[in-house]
Design a protein around this ligand. Sequence first.
Ligand SMILES: Nc1ncnc2c1ncn2[C@@H]1O[C@H](COP(=O)(O)OP(=O)(O)O)[C@@H](O)[C@H]1O
Ligand SMILES: [Mg+2]
Length: 264
Amino acid sequence: MEATASHLLARDLLIQYAKPGTDEVVTAVDSVDLEISRGDFVCLVGPSGCGKTTVLNAVAGFVPTSGGELTLDGRVIPGPGPDRAMVFQQPNLLPWRSVLANVTYGLEISKAWSKTEARERGMELIELVGLTDAASSFPSQLSGGMQARVNLARALAVDPEILLLDEPFAAIDAQTREVLQAELLRVCAARDVTALFVTHDISEAAFLADRVAVFSPRPGRIVQEITVPWERPRAQGIRRTREFADLHDEIADVLYAAKEGARS
Ligand SMILES: Nc1ncnc2c1ncn2[C@@H]1O[C@H](COP(=O)(O)OP(=O)(O)O)[C@@H](O)[C@H]1O
Ligand SMILES: [Mg+2]
């Protein structure tokens, strides 16, 4: 596989749902084109209901496509697999399991790891997300930010190539969120993963992404991709620069123009 070849490719992607109890369909996304290389970090922003979660679910293999192409390394996505991991907004940690046991849960189910291997791997990931001191704590003893870290470590446990993150920090307070964003960039670099990250937060997209894909309202399609010029990982300080403010405004303008365009 050439390093330049696209890893994840959507061409003219159409995804429709059956309307419950009727013969009608809801077109969630239509004509989505997206090309992602290995190691890219791409953020999806767009109005509520435009199909961002649908796109993640299709890449995860949870939702079938209705038209167009969606391929991973040139192959049609056959269904869910350990090469792709989802991170949801709600961590949904198992309350009776420790942090370590939550992180290793997927490994125990897959049976490909011995107990010792699973434990070592779990501790390595817990260290990576900065939770070593909390490894034997229980979810109820953790702050929201710590739970988000466990959520991330758990997704990484199976060593996915692609992380699919659906507004994972949306419920976290603003200051903790900024810390988590920087941590996520560090973790992605350390594990060499490709990331597809959905967010409502324009600053979050500008801080995290190599590219920000802006969706139109439903049926969603990508109206514009905005390239973010900075190397990753990034220092918190870039948020306070003029260039960052300009980039934020550029994304916001495209987003609002897409919304207005849909209305007129
Ligand atoms: N399982 C489903 N069955 C029927 N319609 C759905 C389903 N999931 C999502 N939709 C519809 O598809 C559209 C896109 O939803 P979604 O992908 O969740 O948008 P977003 O994440 O951008 O808010 C919405 O109109 C939503 O109501
Ligand atoms: Mg969503």
